[in-house]
Design a protein around this ligand. Structure first.
Ligand SMILES: N[C@@H](CCC(=O)N[C@@H](CS)C(=O)NCC(=O)O)C(=O)O
Length: 216
């Protein structure tokens, strides 16, 4: 049998992270996976992410980004897919052939391709484009699709906790905190279920420590 990526001994990645940013979700996932990584910290306050040294790594000047061997992976859904497959033994990614693989891909990609664009449009009070030309349709479509899925709980894919929940639970946590997304009882219960996990708590404490270090 050909070796898979998970058989490879060399699974250490470089993680490009800025405290208190979207890359906090990846920090949580790395903690859930008990992954081996080297941290490359960026200081948003000094605009380090927009300077040439980091642009040479990620031309978008954004985090999260990870590097594994010669490959750079950006975009949260891709980063989550890559890491959860790389550390498959943590069982946060239903494998190929598992009936949950399709829904798993769907909900990770939906987050980046529909949900975030909808949230950003809504929070910046942009004029909506016609639903048929928008990547997500309408905010109501997006929100109702999410709440209908969560109502089936306890996790996005039902009984099984996956990396999808690390992404969605963490994002809904900050989005409801900043009142960008409306908090319903199901959403609140879901967030609490996810963020109280020991690994999620450890990641939050690490992120706070890194933020404090940068502020000092
Ligand atoms: N499409 C990207 C978005 C990443 C993103 O917007 N990251 C923000 C962090 S909150 C960032 O790096 N902002 C710094 C900047 O643009 O200067 C993804 O899904 O990962």
């Amino acid at each position: 049998m050909r070796p898979t990526i998970s058989d490879c001994a060399d699974r250490k990645i470089t993680f490009f992270h800025a405290p208190r940013s979207r890359s906090g979700g990846t920090l949580s996932l790395l903690e859930e996976l008990d992954a081996d990584y080297e941290l490359h910290l960026l200081n948003f306050k000094t605009g380090e992410q927009r300077q040439s040294a980091y642009r040479a790594i990620n031309p978008m000047g954004k985090v999260p980004a990870i590097r594994h061997r010669d490959a750079l992976i950006t975009e949260q859904p891709a980063v989550f897919l890559y890491l959860a497959d790389l550390y498959a033994e943590a069982r946060l990614a239903p494998p190929m052939g598992d009936p949950l693989r399709g829904p798993y891909l769907r909900w990770l990609v939906y987050y980046g391709s529909s949900f975030e664009p909808a949230v950003v449009d809504r929070s910046s009070k942009r004029d909506a484009v016609p639903p048929s030309t928008s990547p997500y349709g309408t905010w109501d479509d997006v929100f109702n699709t999410l709440t209908a899925q969560l109502a089936q709980g306890p996790y996005m894919l039902g009984e099984r906790f996956t990396s999808v929940d690390v992404l969605w639970g963490g994002a809904l946590h900050w989005m409801t905190m900043f009142k960008i997304v409306q908090e319903t009882p199901d959403i609140r219960a879901y967030i609490d279920r996810v963020i109280t996990r020991p690994a999620m708590q450890r990641a939050a404490a690490k992120d706070a420590e890194l933020a404090a270090q940068q502020a000092a």
